[in-house]
Write a protein of this length. Structure first.
Length: 549
């Protein structure tokens, strides 16, 4: 269920497999709208459906911020995966969860928001808390979130910023010349970030990643840009700049200087000293700054952790890291005892491998105070293998090494999900099992979820499936195993009462299906979809992601 741009409620059938679910949900909504009896409303909010892993959306964990069950209270906890009638979503381009708010991109590239941080915590029982349209007509392909702002990347390579708060979106206190309003969605503010250094011809931004206070943007030719989200954007050197000059457009002071001491304003006039800087506003800074130390490095991936930054090079899969290092989350080793590093520094991933072994990083995942490195290891004497290395805060078991250690500076293998192999019928030999996806919660006390690339296990004629592993913090049941015990070793997630699954293991699927947008209009009659896991603050969601645009 969702709202259309004019505010009317609308229900659409996502696919034939969920038509009954949508009908039941529509009936529930009619009771809520037409009958004022509070007993009916109470009965409606407790409705869930049996677990079916082909459902449009699955949720588990805490409902803080009303992210996974908008119609229930924030005290609700789902111990195992459930399909909520108030959280039915069609296939999406992207979906991201943060603390108190979430954002999604529908098939047509429009952005929707929901959660208490968006709507405000004060509300009545009949308030609509479903995803609301926030950005339209920009052909967005991905979004990344910070506490107060949403950053959206369009297919054409433009980067937009939107306030999280619905009140801020409709504020009339907008500086002229930068903030604009949407065609079809009046009075909603947004801005476009521009690079301070001119891009080359045909160069565009291809990915964005936000931490708590900073954002990284990667271009099509491998250049990395940074953006200060707040006044603490460079408190740990996470921008990759010793000092960054920013243009504060919401103040009479034209410029400010960001370093590890925070924001220092240029004293251009006596009036400027008394003008407060609102770094929660999207007008705080509208520039993207190229990181000078990476100008000669062609980068394949740029990832922002909570207070840290990572890049992976194109040529040989090396990793460079900088920013906060108080839990060893940069993976620079025990010899680097600095609480933060301001210059991109290489992470040695082959420290504990035999001589002659070649280690190449294939992907990086970071969130909160954790970092994971998916590596490909090969040598003349051994079969190639795929490993997962972890560094950072393991107090809740997220390092996956069987212990609950506060800090780990060395990137060490997670044995349970490293070096796995399977027999290939086509090749007539064992081959390494790859990693399909690895997601990390943005929370400091986070959890992680990993999907193995076990498509070949399905057998001839069977639908592709991927094993799902979970570990880390489980105090709010965000691992979905029905318990509240933290897990220090990656463990298969098992489905409760799902007969169609092989031996009870949760297997994420793929399929070809018709796709509609959030307004119910058909976008494509057949396109490839993949079940995708999203880790939030104390909660988890599974949705169908559009993999072919």
């Amino acid at each position: 269920m969702f709202r259309t741009p004019n505010g009317a409620r609308a229900w659409k059938v996502v696919s034939a497999s969920c038509s009954a679910l949508c009908a039941a949900s529509l009936l529930s909504r009619r009771h809520a709208v037409n009958d004022a009896d509070p007993r009916l409303a109470a009965a409606r909010t407790t409705a869930t459906t049996p677990v079916n892993w082909d459902s449009p959306t699955l949720i588990w964990g805490s409902n803080k911020g009303r992210l996974i069950a908008p119609e229930l209270s924030t005290s609700e906890v789902f111990r195992s995966p459930a399909a909520r009638l108030d959280m039915i979503l069609p296939a999406l381009r992207d979906l991201v969860l943060h603390q108190g708010h979430g954002a999604l991109v529908d098939a047509r590239g429009d952005v929707y928001q929901w959660g208490d941080a968006h709507f405000g915590e004060q509300h009545s029982a009949m308030d609509n808390r479903e995803p609301m349209l926030s950005l339209q007509g920009k052909d967005i392909i991905s979004v990344t979130l910070s506490p107060d702002k949403i950053y959206a990347l369009s297919r054409s390579g433009r980067v937009y910023v939107v306030p999280v708060s619905r009140t801020e979106q409709r504020s009339t206190m907008a500086p002229p010349g930068w903030l604009t309003w949407f065609f079809g969605t009046p009075n909603i503010q947004h801005g476009e970030l521009k690079p301070a250094t001119r891009l080359t011809r045909n160069e565009t931004f291809t990915s964005i990643s936000a931490g708590n206070d900073h954002m990284l943007a990667l271009t099509s030719i491998g250049r990395v840009f940074c953006h200060p989200i707040s006044a603490r954007a460079n408190a740990f050197g996470q921008l990759g700049l010793r000092k960054a000059r920013v243009h504060c457009r919401n103040s009479e002071t034209a410029d400010g200087l960001l370093d590890t001491n925070g924001l220092t304003l240029d004293q251009t006039s006596p009036q400027a000293l008394s003008t407060p800087i609102n770094d929660k506003s999207i007008a705080f800074c509208s520039d993207l700054y190229e990181i000078p130390s990476l100008r000669e490095v062609k980068v394949a991936q740029a990832v922002a952790g909570g207070r840290s930054s990572f890049v992976r090079t194109v040529s040989d899969g090396r990793v460079l890291a900088w920013g906060a290092n108080d839990f060893g989350q940069l993976g620079l080793g025990s010899q680097t005892a600095l609480p933060f590093v301001t210059v991109p520094t290489e992470v040695i991933l082959s420290r504990y491998t035999p001589v002659g072994t070649r280690v190449r990083c294939a992907s990086i995942a970071a969130g909160g105070d954790l970092a994971y490195f998916i590596t490909e290891r090969s040598s003349p004497r051994q079969e190639p293998s795929v490993d997962v290395l972890a560094a950072g805060c393991g107090q809740w078991g997220a390092l996956g090494n069987g212990v609950f250690s506060t800090a780990q500076a060395e990137p060490l293998r997670i044995r349970a999900i490293s070096g796995l192999t399977e027999y290939s019928e086509s090749l007539k030999r064992t081959v390494p099992i790859g990693i399909s996806s690895l997601v990390v919660s943005p929370a400091p006390s986070g959890h992680a979820l990993l999907a193995l690339d076990t498509v070949s296990r399905a057998g001839p004629g069977a639908l592709p499936k991927r094993d799902l592993f979970v570990w880390g913090n489980n105090q709010s049941c965000q691992l979905g195993n029905g318990a509240k015990k933290n897990l220090s070793v990656p463990t298969n997630l098992f489905s409760i009462g799902a007969n169609e699954l092989e031996d009870g293991r949760v297997l994420l699927g793929e399929k070809m299906a018709k796709v509609i947008d959030m307004q119910g209009n058909v976008w494509k009659k057949a396109t490839k979809l993949q079940q995708t896991v999203v880790a939030g603050y104390d909660c988890t969601m599974v949705y169908w992601k559009i993999t072919e645009l």
